[in-house]
Structures are given as structure tokens and as C-alpha cells.
Design a protein around this ligand. Structure first.
Ligand code: HEM
Length: 128
């Protein structure tokens, strides 16, 4: 039996909350991410909660996002935002840095990135 990512992250939601906070704090303060920051609402509070809830379920923990909003329909929910290769890469770079900042073991962080990369790619909805 394989152990879920959630369990390998410590089986503790606080780890994912720390990750999401590191991700959005970085997006908010680092000019490198100004492009994707501008797609988000002025307050990132709701974005933080939603990504946190989503990642809890996606890694194999409690399905907080689905119990609140139903099926994620993630690609459809991202259609209002212009996401091309540049935005996808900014998102993934920001996440890679946040994983390190949140103190997640590098090998586990790399595994998470390998799983997130195709998902982020699927969010692309513009040629450029
Ligand atoms: C693995 C990739 C990704 C995951 C798991 C993810 C997850 C999510 C989730 C769960 C939401 C909330 C949806 C809702 O209920 O309204 C969301 C919203 C959003 N995402 Fe993503 N996303 C990903 C990639 C991206 C990428 C590449 C961008 C590029 C900029 C992006 C930009 C946004 C924006 C602008 C919102 C709206 C935030 C808000 O309304 O507060 N996402 N994302």
C-alpha cells in the first residue's frame, strides 16, 4: 500500500497551511510574481483558504474543498483568469520556493512539484 502525500507531509494540516501561507506571502511581496498576483483579488485571504482546503483533499487528507464547493472543476474555475506559459511557470516557481520555505524535505517537495506540474499546465487557457 502506498502512503498518501498527506501522511508523508506529517499527517498534519498545519504543514499545508504553512505552505499555502508561504506561497501567497511570497506572491504578494516578490515583484517577480506581480503578473500572477494581479490576477488575484486585493485580499488573498479567500485564495489562501481555498488553496489550503484543496490541497488537504488533493494530498489525501480531509476533503475540505469538496465538502464546501463540490467538484473542484479546477480548469473551469480558472478560465476567467488569463493563464499562459508565463503564468503557469510563475505559479510553479512560487510554489517550489514556498515548499523550501515551509521546511518540507527537498525530496518530498520535488515529488509534490512533479505532481503539481501537470495540474498547473492543465490550467493554461491562453496561447500567450
Ligand atoms: C496545480 C495548480 C493549481 C492549483 C491546485 C490551483 C488551485 C486553485 C484553487 C483551489 C482555487 C480556488 C477556486 C475557487 O473555488 O474559486 C484557485 C483559484 C485561483 N487560481 Fe489556482 N490553482 C493552480 C494553478 C494556478 C495557476 C497556474 C494560476 C496562474 C495564475 C492560478 C491562479 C488562480 C487565481 C487567479 C485564482 C482565483 C483566486 C481567488 O478568487 O481568490 N492558479 N486555484
Amino acid at each position: 500500500m502506498t502512503t498518501s502525500l498527506y501522511e508523508r507531509l506529517g499527517g498534519d494540516e498545519a504543514v499545508l497551511r504553512r505552505l499555502v501561507d508561504a506561497f501567497y506571502d511570497r506572491m504578494d511581496r516578490d515583484a517577480v510574481y506581480a503578473g500572477i498576483r494581479a490576477l488575484h483579488p486585493p485580499s488573498l485571504d479567500g485564495s489562501r483558504d481555498k488553496l489550503f482546503w484543496y490541497l488537504c483533499g488533493w494530498t489525501g487528507g480531509e476533503p475540505h474543498y469538496v465538502s464546501r464547493f463540490g467538484h473542484p472543476r479546477l480548469r473551469a474555475r480558472h478560465l476567467p483568469f488569463a493563464i499562459a506559459t508565463r503564468e503557469r511557470d510563475q505559479w510553479l516557481d512560487c510554489m517550489a520556493a514556498a515548499l523550501l520555505e515551509a521546511g518540507i524535505a527537498p525530496a518530498l517537495g520535488e515529488e509534490l512539484m512533479r505532481a503539481l506540474a501537470p495540474l498547473a499546465d492543465w490550467m493554461r487557457n491562453r496561447a500567450e
